[in-house]
Write a protein that binds this ligand. Structure first.
Ligand code: BTN
Length: 325
């Protein structure tokens, strides 16, 4: 995790908006020596920041990298609690595993685990999740709501709404949600959400929301077998996007929706979710472990369970399934 000095140095350079800041000014702001400042500047360079240094003038930022390092995410992040702690790793097996360990060790609410690459990323039903280096957002967020465990599935829906809103804010795209956890653009999956729980019988200890978002992949980044069903924001939008900006907007949206949910309950979230859902009112097929149900998707219950009405008028409640629209 980043030192307070690094945070202060970066923030000051960022806020100086291309103006030079002297080593002494930075040392005063960060409360350290000029030698310490020089070391932090070197560390930032290693992270990919291009920093100009001019004698008698000082330092200024010329370019920031397209990375999802702690420094990059922190700059311009407007949240109160989410992302207060950020664990960035260049390459991990799965951010979800790390988040589970941190949560067991008492990580605080809002802790974010994020990586540039996952070598064993996983999705729902233990499926593989492709997480190629430097192309997407592979993150796990720890929340600690004082709620019973039955409420946990609602957090997948909160996250799904937040993902749609963040993508809409940063791009001109209008994603849709396919129950329970797929975000689609033009019928192809751009984001998956995996919500996992550490709980006792009557209370949640931690919810770990894993989000995998395809951002700057080209078609060739995807293995052949998923090229037909997966897409990235860049493929759909026709330009490269800043991953750190999307993470910032996403954390802000999750924070706002989480706070709305804790104040007003699930109803406002449910309305938003249904307004973005692809399948409501349409004929769908749900493949569950107990067989396939076909019918019209009516909506979701307060528990986030999908309701389908079959041709005989029977209403089925679907807890877990693969949906075909
Ligand atoms: C799905 O659609 O099945 C859910 C995919 C979730 C992928 C994310 S990427 C970050 C986090 N780490 C993982 O290993 N999985 C989740």
């Amino acid at each position: 995790m980043q030192s307070t000095i690094r945070k202060k140095v970066l923030q000051a350079l960022f806020e100086s908006d291309q103006e030079f800041l002297s080593g002494q000014a930075l040392a005063d702001i960060a409360g350290c020596s000029r030698t310490a400042i020089w070391k932090h500047i070197e560390e930032l360079r290693k992270e990919g920041f291009v920093l100009e240094a001019v004698r008698k003038k000082g330092y200024r930022i010329i370019e920031t990298p397209d990375s999802v390092t702690e420094s990059k995410i922190r700059l311009g992040l407007q949240t109160r609690t989410l992302g207060t702690m950020i664990h960035y790793e260049e390459s991990v097996l799965s951010t979800q595993r790390i988040a589970h360990t941190l949560a067991s060790d008492g990580a605080e609410e809002g802790t974010l685990v994020i990586a540039d690459e996952q070598t064993a990323g996983r999705g729902r039903l233990m499926r593989e999740w492709h997480s190629s280096k430097g192309t997407g957002i592979w993150m796990s967020l720890i929340l600690k709501p004082h709620l019973p465990p039955q409420k946990a599935p609602q957090f997948t829906l909160i996250a799904a709404v937040a993902v749609v809103q963040a993508i809409e804010e940063v791009t001109g795209l209008h994603p849709q949600i396919k129950w329970p956890n797929d975000i689609l653009i033009n019928g192809k999956k751009v984001t998956g959400i995996l919500t996992e729980l550490q709980a006792e019988s009557d209370k949640i200890n931690s919810i770990i929301i894993g989000i995998g978002m395809n951002v700057n992949q080209t078609k060739d980044h995807f293995p052949d077998e998923i090229q037909k069903i997966a897409t990235s924001l860049s493929i759909e939008e026709g330009r490269t996007l800043s991953r750190s900006v999307i993470v910032q907007r996403l954390l802000e949206r999750i924070e706002a929706l989480y706070s709305l949910y804790m104040k007003e309950g699930f109803t406002p979230i449910k309305l938003l979710w249904e307004s973005y859902a692809i399948s409501i009112g349409k004929k769908i097929r749900a493949r569950t472990i107990n067989g396939t149900i076909e019918g019209r998707a009516l909506g979701i219950t307060d528990e986030g369970v999908l309701k389908i009405e079959d041709s005989g008028g029977t209403i089925h409640q679907i807890y877990s399934a693969d949906i075909e629209v």
